[in-house]
Design a protein around this ligand. Sequence first.
Ligand SMILES: NC(=O)c1ccc[n+]([C@@H]2O[C@H](COP(=O)([O-])OP(=O)(O)OC[C@H]3O[C@@H](n4cnc5c(N)ncnc54)[C@H](O)[C@@H]3O)[C@@H](O)[C@H]2O)c1
Length: 325
Amino acid sequence: MPILVTGAAGFIGSHVAHALLDRGDTVIGVDNLNDYYDVTLKQARLDRLTARKGFAFVKADISDREGMDAVVRGQDVRRIVHLAAQAGVRYSLTNPWAYIQANLLGHTVILELARHLPNFEHMVYASSSSVYGGNTKLPFAVEDRVDQPISLYAATKKADELISHSYAHLFRIPLTGLRFFTVYGPWGRPDMAMFLFTKAILENRPIQIFNNGEMKRDFTYIDDIVAGIIATLDRPPADDGKTPPQRVYNIGNNRSEDLMRVVGLIERELNRTAEKQFLPMQPGDVPATYADITAIQRDCGFDPKTPIDAGLPKFIRWYRDFYKV
Ligand SMILES: NC(=O)c1ccc[n+]([C@@H]2O[C@H](COP(=O)([O-])OP(=O)(O)OC[C@H]3O[C@@H](n4cnc5c(N)ncnc54)[C@H](O)[C@@H]3O)[C@@H](O)[C@H]2O)c1
């Protein structure tokens, strides 16, 4: 019974696929390998996966209905980890269509797929901490109101939660949305701050710090995220015949770090001082994130183990090794 992982060439998806293979599952990975960021990084992640027994890759677009039907035809797929999406807040201001295509149309295609799988058991899909928008009550709790998104990216992720709820209600398919909080680590995403800072410092370029450095983020190490995704996947929400079998959880580190402290840690690891360009807040961005993870701890035993002081050096080591700097 293969597990379908969408976004398998992506940062989180590739790690999830490895972890599933490690425990003996077979995986069908899907990705369209789009060029939102360096395709050679996506291909390098994929090469490590395709070399492993139990992994099959299909290059496909999740918004392609016939293409996705063909991916699962004749396979007894019962579980799905759906991570393919157009990520990133800033890019949603310049290319809205990519978000509509992947996050709205693509998400619905995957739900339709799940709905028609004869032995479907559970799908875990990616939401985002960005759904909390400009909320000021910290930490962010799943019970908080999240109907005032401040970017199209956030709006599509919230829409995914709503569409999923309707599918769980109508078709009684078990669905769990995970609101990820700033995930980082080896094989990370080149559009994210930790990666951008490391790259710029090593290339002797200034780093751009928004909101004059007054930013706080709940940084979550990739291994903790992967453990949480798999623990959640193994615990589908039950259907009591009344409430729809669906849940949404925060998945974060439950610590909010000052961005300037993180910059300091990167400088220390690289043994260099960054030239810092302080800039105003970027449109669509939020000043602070901080995850209340009580629900996922209680229901799935999620237990993040990696403080940023331990995780960041692992990212830097990978970066230096991969890019040979
Ligand atoms: N990394 C984070 O901190 C973070 C935070 C919040 C939410 N998320 C969400 O988690 C998920 C995974 O994020 P990530 O950091 O691994 O991003 P990523 O961009 O590295 O991975 C996403 C993958 O999906 C693929 N993809 C995009 N559109 C597709 C399409 N239409 N069809 C098929 N494949 C497509 C991309 O090629 C990419 O490989 C995303 O849904 C993202 O929105 C991530």
